[in-house]
Design a protein around this ligand. Structure first.
Ligand code: E4P
Length: 220
């Protein structure tokens, strides 16, 4: 499983990249606004992210019609070679995905909640599909079970191009564990979740006792 960060925070992206584990980033204008950013600067911010991240960086479109999404997608794709255009699953989004993928621009189809949405996204040419996990849990449904159905259904077919499933709307380390057991290709996680993935109380205790032993050995 590869790890993407779901953020617009440059410091967090730089830190995760410095650990050598960051394969990509997913972001959108809302996440950028949370960092105090203005919509007018979103593209230059994406460029800064692309300069840090050695992999795919998904930037979301905000248009609702095919031509608008395609126009935005082309503008986004011109920012950097590692940009992936994030498009919501809907009829106009599928039509735009077909146009963009025919032009060699990679699409991450987002807001995906069902197996048919995932299959249609792949058929329209999406290279990445983002089933949302946490938002099912928010309405007391099992997001992990839905993710498993999506991963299985995508792996059942050859779409003539590579399709990677991104476990999105990930809220906890447990979501990541379950997504890995299911075989999701990627998990896109907030930085707080990524930091939790590194930690375990027994690791902390092991380090403490190692350091205590080392002090004794050093001074003997
Ligand atoms: C990623 O592409 C999604 O936008 C993100 O994971 C959604 O997460 P949320 O449900 O916590 O907003």
């Amino acid at each position: 499983m590869k790890f993407f960060l779901d953020t617009a925070n440059l410091a967090d992206i730089e830190e995760a990249a410095s650990w050598g584990v960051l394969a990509g980033v997913t972001t959108n204008p809302t996440l950028y606004a949370r960092e105090g950013g203005k919509l007018a600067d979103f593209h230059s911010h994406l460029k800064r992210i692309c300069d840090i991240v050695p992999g795919p960086v998904s930037g979301e479109t905000v248009s609702l019609d095919r031509d608008g999404i395609v126009r935005e997608g082309e503008e986004l794709a011109a920012i950097a070679p590692n940009i992936i255009v994030k498009v919501p699953v809907m009829p106009e989004g599928l039509a735009a995905t077909k146009c963009l993928s025919d032009r060699g621009i990679k699409v991450n189809m987002t807001l995906c909640f069902t197996v048919p949405q995932a299959l249609l996204s792949a058929r329209a040419g999406a290279s990445y599909i983002s089933p949302f996990v946490g938002r099912f849990d928010d309405i007391s449904e099992d997001g992990i079970e839905r993710l498993a159905d999506t991963v299985q259904s995508i792996s059942n077919y050859d779409f003539g191009h590579e399709v990677e499933v991104i476990a999105a709307s990930v809220r906890s380390a447990n979501h990541v564990v379950k997504a890995a057991l299911i075989g999701a290709d990627i998990a896109t996680v907030p930085f707080a979740v990524l930091k939790n993935l590194v930690k375990h109380p027994l690791t902390d205790r092991g380090l403490e006792s190692f350091l205590a032993d080392w002090e004794k050995v050093k001074n003997s």
